[in-house]
Ligand binder design. Structure first.
Ligand SMILES: *[C@@H]1O[C@H](CO)[C@@H](O)[C@H](O)[C@H]1NC(C)=O
Ligand SMILES: *[C@@H]1O[C@H](CO)[C@@H](O)[C@H](O)[C@H]1NC(C)=O
Ligand SMILES: *[C@@H]1O[C@H](CO)[C@@H](O)[C@H](O)[C@H]1NC(C)=O
Ligand SMILES: *[C@@H]1O[C@H](CO)[C@@H](O)[C@H](O)[C@H]1NC(C)=O
Ligand SMILES: *[C@@H]1O[C@H](CO)[C@@H](O)[C@H](O)[C@H]1NC(C)=O
Ligand SMILES: *[C@@H]1O[C@H](CO)[C@@H](O)[C@H](O)[C@H]1NC(C)=O
Length: 487
């Protein structure tokens, strides 16, 4: 895989020679600022008494993350340190979710707990993130004034993750213990940003009201967010003073947002993180995922299991079976039409297939079916995206199939995912489409490439191989021809 950072870096070097004078001055000013920033980070310690560990980290920083070699090599999983916020009371139920994405001895990071694990969890399995216990807040001078000490503990987890002193870190990714992450996709997304700059990358809530109450420019922590090393290094020296400045804040994400704002940092919005401030059945949302890599899923315990007939941990592990074979396509929506039947296939790879008995456009199908409810009941508009109502109109109601199994065949360069019908649609055929009922359809097989990952934000086209009367239909993915129109 090519490295976008590397490409950007070398093109910017090449361009300097041909830049007009003003632009050259600007770039010199920028690099001057950069050096100045180095100076600040490295030597400006008089306002803050760092722990010995932090002081060590600061000294080591120039030789680790900011060296030329690390700047010019592609970002991989080993450059990310994960900080997972948990608590002893809930770990028993939430452990399944961290375990679903954590890769022992591969992913780096920590689970932060409010108190040491009880005997029930000891010895601590190596399949879980290693645990740390959050620092004692009572040592902070404002402690009695904190409105929500638990939220302060959560907000400080990024600082305590940093103080672990890991080497060669480009990104810190923070998440909750009920968050499932797609780490390969995360690497791909973060590799596009320059980790030597200060970045705060994440997304806000699905619900307008949640964003209105806090900020449209705040990263919601359960969805997970990423901060570049230089940003966390700056924040580390300033966070406690900031938290003491605003003791009445009551939500950790808002504390962080407030402190980052004071440092002049704004959120870089990146779709694909999912806060899931929703209730009930999110299958409508997961079947019309935005056209961007899937990065996370949160609040798994507050929504219905994402697969019918499975419990929550089994549902997540089931989705991860598909993720293991191909994260790049996971939940990516691919649409194709079958003219002889006037059917539309909308595939959410690794999750679901919808068959509509009518030719429907992508602009319609990309709107999630509103199978879910918002965090708080409010007057519309409820969501940050358009939705469509589930309907009994036979021309707009899908036949729904859920992911069942995956098979690899690297020799044939093919991944086969199979989707099965769980319940009948229970509606007559769509008349205007020509009365071609799909009621007898029981199984869909999707063939996608094993060796060619889907480019982030890209699309694929597909062909339907359907024999009249058969209860299995095959769909073959292929690259779209230039400017191919799906309509
Ligand atoms: C990640 O990149 C570093 C260079 O920055 C390299 O030393 C390391 O081997 C790579 N790790 C993996 C797992 O590819
Ligand atoms: C991780 O590494 C440690 C030590 O190198 C080893 O004891 C342990 O079995 C490994 N865990 C897994 C799950 O591979
Ligand atoms: C499919 O292939 C991928 C990558 O080669 C591998 O990691 C995964 O375990 C395989 N999955 C199955 C179901 O064989
Ligand atoms: C579909 O079936 C309905 C009722 O069976 C009929 O009224 C209608 O004309 C049919 N439409 C087509 C296009 O065949
Ligand atoms: C598909 O639908 C169109 C109109 O919606 C209709 O004219 C055409 O006959 C249908 N095709 C088939 C094969 O039923
Ligand atoms: C699909 O058809 C095959 C034979 O045509 C039959 O054996 C099988 O039971 C059918 N499956 C379902 C779920 O109807």
């Amino acid at each position: 895989m090519s490295s976008p950072v590397q490409i950007n870096h070398s093109t910017s070097q090449q361009k300097v020679g041909t830049l007009p004078f003003a632009a050259l001055c600007k770039s010199l000013v920028t690099s001057g600022l950069f050096l100045f920033f180095f100076y600040i980070v490295l030597f400006d310690t008089h306002q803050y008494q760092p722990s010995d560990l932090l002081a060590t980290v600061k000294q080591k920083w120039p030789s680790s993350s900011a060296t030329k070699t690390s700047f010019s090599t592609p970002t991989n999983l080993s450059h990310i340190v994960f900080g997972v916020v948990g608590s002893m009371n809930t770990w028993k139920n939430k452990r399944f979710y961290s375990q679903a994405w954590w890769r022992p001895n591969v992913t780096r990071g920590y689970l932060f707990l409010d108190r040491p694990p009880t005997n029930e969890f000891l010895p601590w399995p190596s399949s879980w993130p290693p645990f740390r216990v959050n620092e004692d807040l009572t040592k902070m001078k404002t402690h009695p004034n904190f409105l929500k000490p638990t939220q302060v503990r959560i907000a400080r987890t990024v600082l305590e993750t940093f103080r672990q002193g890991d080497q060669d870190v480009r990104w810190y990714v923070m998440a909750d213990d009920d968050t499932v992450l797609a780490v390969d996709n995360l690497v791909g997304v973060l590799a596009k940003y320059d980790h030597t700059n200060k970045f705060y990358i994440g997304t806000n809530s699905e619900c307008v009201k949640s964003n209105f109450d806090f900020s449209f420019e705040m990263a919601f922590g359960g969805a997970g967010y990423a901060m570049s090393y230089p940003l966390v290094a700056s924040l580390a020296g300033k966070l406690d003073a900031c938290l003491e400045r605003y003791p009445r804040l009551w939500v950790s994400d808002f504390m962080l947002f407030t402190c980052l704002s004071d440092l002049g940092i704004s959120l870089t919005h990146n779709n694909g993180f999912h806060q899931i401030d929703l209730f009930r059945d999110v299958s409508g949302l997961l079947s019309s995922h935005p056209q961007t890599p899937f990065l996370s899923l949160h609040h798994i315990d507050t929504i219905d299991p994402i697969f019918p007939g499975k419990n929550r941990p089994d549902s997540i592990n089931h989705l991860m079976k598909a993720a293991k074979s191909d994260q790049s396509r996971l939940l990516q929506q691919t649409i194709c039409h079958h003219r002889p039947t006037n059917w539309t296939f909308s595939v959410s790879w690794g999750y679901s297939v919808h068959i509509y008995e009518n030719i429907l456009p992508r602009s319609f199908l990309r709107k999630p079916l509103e199978t879910f409810r918002p965090w708080k009941s409010m007057r519309p508009p409820l969501y940050m995206f358009n939705t469509r109502w589930p309907t009994n109109n036979p021309c707009e109601a899908p036949h729904v199939f859920f992911f069942d199994s995956v098979e690899n065949s690297t020799e044939k360069d093919q991944i086969t995912t199979t989707y099965i019908r769980v319940f009948p649609r229970g509606l007559p055929a769509c008349s205007s489409g020509g009365n071609h009922s799909a009621d007898h359809m029981a199984k869909i097989r999707i063939f996608s490439p094993a060796k060619l990952p889907l480019e982030a934000g890209g699309r694929e086209c597909c062909d339907v191989v359907h024999t009249s009367g058969m209860n299995i239909t095959e769909v073959r993915y292929r690259p779209c021809i230039k400017d191919e129109v799906t309509a």
